[in-house]
Design a protein around this ligand. Sequence first.
Ligand SMILES: Cc1cc2nc3c(=O)[nH]c(=O)nc-3n(C[C@H](O)[C@H](O)[C@H](O)COP(=O)(O)OP(=O)(O)OC[C@H]3O[C@@H](n4cnc5c(N)ncnc54)[C@H](O)[C@@H]3O)c2cc1C
Length: 307
Amino acid sequence: MLKFAKRLVPATTAEAHEMLLANRGARVLGGGLWLRQGRRAIACAIDLSACGLDYIEESDDAFVVGAMTPLADLEHDAAFNSATCGVFEHAVHDIVGVQFRNLATVGGSLYGRFGFSDVLTALMALDAGVKFTGAGRIDLSTFAASPYERDVLEHLVVHRRPYKAAYGCLRRQATDFPVVNVCAAWWGDAWHVSVGARPLRARLLADEELGCGTPKPSREELSCALEAVRSLDYGTNYLAGAAYRRHLAGVLAVRAICEAAGIEVPPSLEERFELEARAFEGDAAASPSGSCVPTAPIDSAAKEAAR
Ligand SMILES: Cc1cc2nc3c(=O)[nH]c(=O)nc-3n(C[C@H](O)[C@H](O)[C@H](O)COP(=O)(O)OP(=O)(O)OC[C@H]3O[C@@H](n4cnc5c(N)ncnc54)[C@H](O)[C@@H]3O)c2cc1C
């Protein structure tokens, strides 16, 4: 149960920021869905609902998304999806359920920088940043690696680029937390690959770090990207072991790059993945209680009807 000793409702983000700094133990409220997990007593809840942060603005350069915008609103924004190859819709469509995504906010999802986050992974591969009242603008990959500061997240900015992008994720079953997730995007003459649910905060690999520098990469370039993704740190939790996650992340990254590039995965790489996967068959540490299945494809029409 979530209890507040005091609830403040500022009219502006500047006021909210002052309140946050002035009140010990104060917490900003987004949708409150993560905060309400478990038993928690918050000395002072700062409710941003009167700050006018529920909006999606579109300009020639960028999409600006207010922190209090529900995940579902961005998920169903046709202009945003078409400008970003639908990666956000793909990333969030299996998060719990429609009602949940109508309440969970973009700001709460990004501020949390959860080690399982689909939201952070999907947006980090794009040319995106966040704006805080105190700290100002920060690009998303820098923000993801930063410590938690007492500040108010005002909005997300996703710059328009001629993106070629794709998202890949594995869940043991739909609506579960992801075992691992990946987003690959080509923009600014470089590949950007974010890898999340490791189960650590998402990390971005870009350009030379990937060794993959052409819009339609060769088998050799894909092999370099595979090794780069697998060189990240991976951990073990109840969903999967570190070695299995490392294997999956590489597979998903290569497939996402190929999907974004509009090319087939080279058969020799698919054969390699198949052989590697056999090493995990029957391995309880890989997938402690059952095998992982890819997330279901998006059925936008059915989802729209369910809203
Ligand atoms: C059961 C469950 C399953 C989930 N599964 C997934 C999943 O599979 N994939 C996934 O990506 N996510 C998942 N999530 C996370 C979810 O999508 C949201 O990201 C999460 O609920 C936080 O959003 P919220 O709006 O509820 O934030 P809150 O719970 O309100 O806040 C979360 C944190 O952010 C802070 N905060 C909120 N807004 C701001 C702001 N504007 N400025 C500064 N700080 C702020 C709060 O103080 C708090 O520390 C899951 C959550 C739950 C509870």
